[in-house]
Design a protein around this ligand. Structure first.
Ligand SMILES: NC(=O)c1ccc[n+]([C@@H]2O[C@H](COP(=O)([O-])OP(=O)(O)OC[C@H]3O[C@@H](n4cnc5c(N)ncnc54)[C@H](O)[C@@H]3O)[C@@H](O)[C@H]2O)c1
Length: 304
């Protein structure tokens, strides 16, 4: 066992499978005591089971670590609060939370139902809020702590997962808000966009050019939870972890601007000025669409 997280208490949601499980195991292997949360559902969020979280606790204990299971649904305020309360009652403190829990309900926007939209946004975006909300109150008093949200490259947009994409974009804004609002209390917040082989990524209808294992993502998360990352001033960032690759995403910023002569615009004047002076920022995913559609027609898995 290493000691990168020695003495720390870390709660991980969605820790029963895939990337969350790898994060929980890696954090425990580096000395953290871990709250393993998982509602134990299928990829679309159905059929909850408490066994999934408990089996990861057993794995951690078998490896000589300390962990406790919470099988609650983090899309409820009570579920998010319980993750934090169990950390405090079992271990007396909370140094980091990692919100990995997620589900998918794929449908084109023009066919998407409320039952496909609401649970996806509730699991990802609200499920990050509920845990961040309860953890932030504890960390503010401690004057230390780390919040980690899970986003996706799909926050750029998605052909058939507008619900998931919107939730993942929301998580980035939530993380940046947490980084800003908690900075003066010594609390950091960052987001991770993983690409890893799990049951969730197995359903992606394209060949991912850069993909790795959940353990590759876990190494980055353990670093972000550590004092080293705090000392290095890492907050408000979005990092991709895809196998051997780690990348940082740009902060949103205005690219080009134009100002109206006399202080106000007319639609006619905008039509004359906007294309040349302000223009567009080409959408990288739009450029990939034609190739993806062609490959889908031919039954191949296009590169993405
Ligand atoms: N695998 C990838 O390549 C990839 C790519 C981009 C983003 N992500 C994101 O990474 C995260 C982990 O994905 P994964 O591939 O490991 O998926 P996974 O399906 O293997 O694991 C997700 C876990 O979350 C749990 N969960 C679902 N709803 C929950 C709830 N309401 N409360 C508590 N637990 C709940 C599930 O039971 C499951 O064990 C997700 O947020 C996903 O969107 C994954």
């Amino acid at each position: 066992m290493g000691n990168f997280l020695a003495g720390k208490v870390v709660a991980v949601t969605g820790a029963g499978r895939g990337i969350g499980r790898a994060v929980a195991l890696a954090a425990a292997a580096e000395g953290a005591r871990v709250v393993v949360n998982d509602y134990g559902v299928s990829v679309d969020g159905a059929s909850p089971s408490s066994e999934v979280a408990e089996s990861v606790v057993k794995e951690i204990e078998a490896a000589g670590g300390e962990a406790v299971a919470v099988a609650d649904d983090v899309s409820t305020m009570a579920g998010g609060r319980r993750v934090v309360d169990v950390a405090l009652s079992a271990y007396g403190r909370l140094d980091g939370v990692v919100c990995v829990a997620g589900i998918l309900r794929e449908r084109m926007l023009f066919n998407m139902s409320e039952e496909e939209w609401d649970p996806v946004v509730a699991t990802h975006l609200k499920g990050t809020f509920t845990v961040f909300r309860a953890a932030a109150a504890v960390m503010r008093k401690q004057r230390a702590g780390t919040l980690i949200g899970f986003t996706s490259g799909n926050h750029q947009g998605s052909v058939s997962q507008a619900n998931y994409s919107a939730a993942k974009g929301g998580i980035i804004s939530l993380v940046r808000s947490a980084a800003l609002g908690l900075h003066k209390y010594g609390v950091t917040a960052n987001a991770v966009a993983p690409v890893a082989r799990t049951r969730m990524s197995a359903g992606v209808p394209m060949e991912l050019a850069e993909i790795g294992e959940p353990e590759d993502v876990a190494a980055l998360v353990v670093y972000l939870l550590s004092d080293r990352a705090r000392e290095q001033g890492i907050t408000g960032q979005v990092y991709t972890a895809a196998g051997a690759k780690i990348a940082v995403w740009a902060q949103p910023r205005e690219l080009r601007s134009a100002y109206a002569e006399g202080g106000s615009w007319t639609p006619e004047r905008i039509a004359e000025v906007l294309p040349g002076a302000v223009g567009v920022d080409p959408m990288p995913m739009l450029a990939q669409l034609a190739g993806m559609e062609r490959a889908a027609r031919e039954g191949a898995r296009p590169n993405g």
